[in-house]
Design a protein. Structure first.
Length: 217
């Protein structure tokens, strides 16, 4: 079953977000309750803190289910509806949901009416704003397998160490009258490279920037 989408108010730059409801206990076990969420319309002026979800859609033939309550037009009774989505989205939301509180999520497959080409065109143009204004970007690569958790933890730790290193280098350059070297000379030219963003040419700095926007799921 699919959702009957209510048109977005483009004049007020509306988008949809998902209120992902909490699931006490082991939320990822086969016996866990189904994923339940409310779909809501918000505007940039009235928008809660939300997480933008990035994930691989996967095989369109591999399907899962969500229980969704779509905030209806005024005067209509709210009802839960079981809808069909791609399995990768169901799995991602199952792992993301918390046991003690709800989360607000933006996920393109559900927050954009995929059957409306005009809406898709308008909403795709807003995606840069959606990701830039998210509290965090959640990257779902799939359930842990073959030591992937340990690898990701190591990458995040490396990124955090490098970020701390760069911070010390910049701090020392700006606050000390003595030349201090931390592998890269803290010259004005090097500082300008960092501040201008071209330091991402260095793989180490790339890892540092990722570590601050990446959440382990």
């Amino acid at each position: 079953m699919s959702l009957n989408y209510i048109p977005l108010d483009n004049a007020n730059n509306e988008i949809r977000v998902i209120q992902l409801l909490a699931c006490p206990g082991d939320r990822t076990s086969p016996a866990a309750p189904p994923v339940r969420c409310r779909l809501k319309h918000v505007t940039p002026k009235i928008c809660p803190k939300y997480y933008a979800l990035s994930y691989v859609w996967g095989d369109p033939r591999d399907l899962g289910e969500l229980e969704v309550m779509y905030t209806p037009e005024s005067g209509l009774e709210e009802q839960w509806k079981t809808i069909t989505v791609q399995k990768s989205l169901e799995t991602a939301l199952k792992y993301i949901r918390r046991s003690d509180c709800s989360l607000v999520i933006w996920a393109d497959a559900l927050c954009i009416n995929q059957s409306d080409d005009n809406e898709k065109s308008i909403q795709v143009q807003k995606m840069r704003w959606i990701y830039e204004n998210a509290y965090e970007i959640l990257i779902w690569l799939g359930p842990a397998a073959d030591g992937s958790d340990e690898l990701l933890a190591a990458l995040i730790e490396i990124g955090e160490d490098i970020h701390e290193f760069i911070g010390k280098m910049v701090f020392s350059w700006t606050c000390s009258t003595k030349p201090v070297t931390f592998g890269i000379p803290p010259t004005r030219a090097n500082l300008e490279i960092i501040l201008n963003g071209s330091f991402t040419e260095y793989a180490a700095a790339s890892l540092a920037s990722v570590s601050h926007r990446l959440r382990r799921l």
